[in-house]
Design a binder for this molecule. Sequence first.
Ligand code: HEM
Length: 437
Amino acid sequence: MGYHFHQKLASIATSLDANRLMAISLGTTRVIISSHPDTAKEILCGSSFTDRPIKESARLLMFERAIGFAPSGNYWRHLRRIAANHMFSPRRISSLEGIRQRVANDMIEGICSEMKMRGFVEVKGILQKGSLENVLESVFGCDLGLVHGDELGLMVKEGYEVISEFNWADYFSLGFLDFRGVKRRCHKLATKVNDLVGRVIVERRRNGVYENKDDFLSLLLSLPKEDQLSDADTVAVLWEMVFRGTDTVAILLEWIMARMVLHQDIQAKAQSEIDTVMGRNGPVRDLDIAKLPYLQSIVKEVLRLHPPGPLLSWARLATHDTHVDKHFIQAGTTAMVNMWAITHDPSIWADPWAFKPERFIEEEVSIMGSDLRLAPFGSGRRVCPGKALGLATVHLWLARLLQEFKWVPTAQPVNLSECLKLSLEMKKPLTCRAFSR
Ligand code: HEM
């Protein structure tokens, strides 16, 4: 179903009157799909769908040993606890503000120089570079070095490409066949990642100065003996953080900026909110975000219209027989939630195709997973653990970019066509112009 899988599934569900639950088979894989908040809640928050069906490419790229694909047993719980304490805790998120601010400054500089050189800006490249720098420094600290950073950036890019490839082996038992060279590419990439990240771990340990450092790698190496991970598991977890943390944030911000360029009145209203709150008090900081409700509602409205994971990215797998909406579901069934269908459903959202951040000023809607009308980070035990960190980054960078520049279109109108790869990307990358305010 290609780059519009989410849209096609939504229209099939509507045409069959099967929004609450639809069953299909993908090869030999039994799949159920929910396009309704009630059944989505049963799936995401129940006790059965707590594993993930693992794609062959994800397994070969070591994600089975990382949080996202580890089966929901003790090992997975251990990883989530370590990540919650040392990567995603509120204290840790706020201690990373310095890095976010420095990267925001670099992005602003990059935008100014692109405007000077070309007269327009291609935001995607700038956001991706910034997002990668931000994650690398949070995960590895500042001594990773430019060369290693660039190499890891290329590896993440290759990883996205190969994991987004359709692989017949995920749906049919094809043994050793490798039609599109997916296995070969994954093996090659995994070797490179193991090599590079493995070397960084050995060097860090040899230097032995990680006790007082605040990056995730140093914190992992300083864990008490009983909590320590093996080197192979440490590589998998660090690689996962870089892989997950880079693209989601950059893609979401690109959609937000596209909407800002398209809706000049909304952009001006957000800027006036920032000016009123900040006055002449310099750049927006994390603690100012709470005073910017309109800016936050813009982010929510973009997450509603353009959720980075319209099918919540990674499906769930039933670990035991269960019932959803009174239908019997066998263990081993894959479940997907079509969040895009839910957030575009006119029986749930008034005027669902219109871009109206005001709707979230009128009604408080939590996007953290408790309200299944809008759960872009998933819900339940496997909800995205990086949601608060991702949002802190997006809010701060959006505020800084709007405070600094007025964003206007080029002669090419903004094109909102979607393209579903690993995440939901803009089919035509946004180009626009940015003028200092
Ligand atoms: C805009 C930003 C982000 C969005 C929209 C997003 C979305 C999601 C979604 C939909 C899931 C699946 C949840 C479920 O099955 O219920 C997920 C899982 C996950 N996300 Fe995120 N994410 C974002 C940022 C991040 C960041 C910054 C990180 C880490 C640095 C991260 C790490 C993870 C991990 C490790 C999982 C797997 C959790 C598990 O299986 O236990 N995400 N994310």
